[in-house]
Design a protein around this ligand. Structure first.
Ligand SMILES: [Fe+2]
Length: 281
């Protein structure tokens, strides 16, 4: 028997289509942790979401890490690698995701480094639109910066709808307009998460709360605009019971089913109809 009980495995297997790991936390593991990794990667498709690449950072790329990452992805049949469009190093690790200045110079610098990583990995990578709380030295808008990096680097996009919502409140823009301007054809997969309301005009991207209605609506809009893409629920702390987490994953599937009706079970379609009737009553 693996780390999951048979009944848990059945329930989770029905609801969870794929899982994500931070490669930094798993590349060098052995013993029991390695057994868990083997078990889960044998039973679920996996993607890697990096924390330490520092694609916009001033220090040279960590070639040793990228080499190990390539081996890790090959060994565990990892489907995609994503990283944040930010930086987290100076001379050492800063343990936070810092905002890259939105400038033409930074576009060329970052795109060049993404190209190097893609070459070293022998595969494309996806860059995530990040939440940020200051835009030092900005000469471009956030959307122009993201689009320029993706085009110049010829890489994919990890679309985080919660980050769009958080930034739209903190930096006062229309989240749907922002969404529309993204290159939908480049989306490798998506993220959705909860956040913390610090003040009326300040939201912190915590991944520590349930997802709010406006963020669910943005995911729905993204599927409407770009078609359905695989979407991961991010939850880093304040963890509720697994059943509650799975109900949010189910909700992702329900919204996906709305734009891809063939994928919905009869039970889900009936539930959807009941919900619609309730809403219109
Ligand atoms: Fe994310």
């Amino acid at each position: 028997m693996g780390p999951l009980q048979a009944c848990d495995q059945e329930i989770i297997g029905e609801i969870v289509s794929f899982m994500e790991v931070a490669p930094e936390n798993w590349i060098n593991v052995g013993g029991q942790r390695k057994k868990f990794l083997n078990y889960f990667t044998d039973h679920f498709p996996f993607v890697c979401h990096g924390l330490s690449l520092s694609i916009g950072g001033p220090s040279p790329l960590d070639r040793t890490f990228i080499h190990k990452l390539r081996q890790f992805m090959d060994n565990y049949n990892i489907l995609a690698y994503s990283e944040h469009l930010s930086y987290c190093t100076d001379d050492g690790h800063l343990y936070d995701l810092m905002p890259i200045p939105f400038t033409e110079e930074a576009v060329s610098y970052v795109a060049g480094r993404i190209g190097q990583v893609q070459d070293m990995l022998g595969r494309r990578m996806a860059i995530e639109n990040v939440s940020y709380y200051a835009a030092p030295g900005a000469e471009l808008s956030e959307i122009d910066f993201i689009n320029a990096v993706i085009t110049e680097a010829d890489c994919d996009l990890l679309l985080d709808v919660n980050n769009i919502y958080v930034n739209s409140v903190n930096h006062r823009y229309d989240p749907v307009e922002f969404l529309r301007a993204l290159p939908g054809e480049r989306i490798a997969y998506g993220h959705i998460a909860g956040h913390y309301d610090e003040a009326e005009d300040l939201i912190i991207d915590t991944h520590g709360a349930d997802i709010i209605g406006s963020v669910w609506n943005l995911l729905d809009k993204a599927y409407e605009l770009f078609g359905v893409f695989p979407t991961l629920l991010e939850r880093d702390f304040n963890l509720p019971p697994v059943a509650e987490l799975l109900s949010e994953v189910k909700k992702i599937k329900t919204i996906q089913g709305r734009w891809n009706p063939g994928s919905q079970s009869d039970e889900e379609q009936n539930q959807e109809r009941t919900d619609d009737q309730r809403r219109s009553a």
